[in-house]
Ligand binder design. Sequence first.
Ligand SMILES: [Zn+2]
Ligand SMILES: [Zn+2]
Length: 127
Amino acid sequence: MVTRNKTPDNEKLDRVVAEARRKREQREQGYREKALKMYPWVCGRCTREFTRANLQELTVHHRDHNHDNNPPDGSNWELLCVYCHDNEHSRYLDNAGTGAQPGTETSSSGTKHQPFADLKSLLNNRD
Ligand SMILES: [Zn+2]
Ligand SMILES: [Zn+2]
């Protein structure tokens, strides 16, 4: 006897999740484009300059670390290269931690990959 292999509830949930993800991506795309139009393509920390060829390495940082805070005047945005952005966030996590050891946040989030970890250590070795 043939039975349903997928319940309507699951399908609905899948759609809701996909929709939420799509909206978030659209929103992120929106503020990124605005920030790139508003500011010169230069990292605010190391002053590295960017072109269309490597623009994907330039990221939009939120000064108050709240990605939902996107004022139209851009006052909460700062363009940072991926390395400086990474540093900025690890410093913030260290400061914000209440007695937590640095590095605990990486071990607690096993699914969070760090694509720039190797590049960062390469950069540090160059110093
Ligand atoms: Zn930088
Ligand atoms: Zn950031």
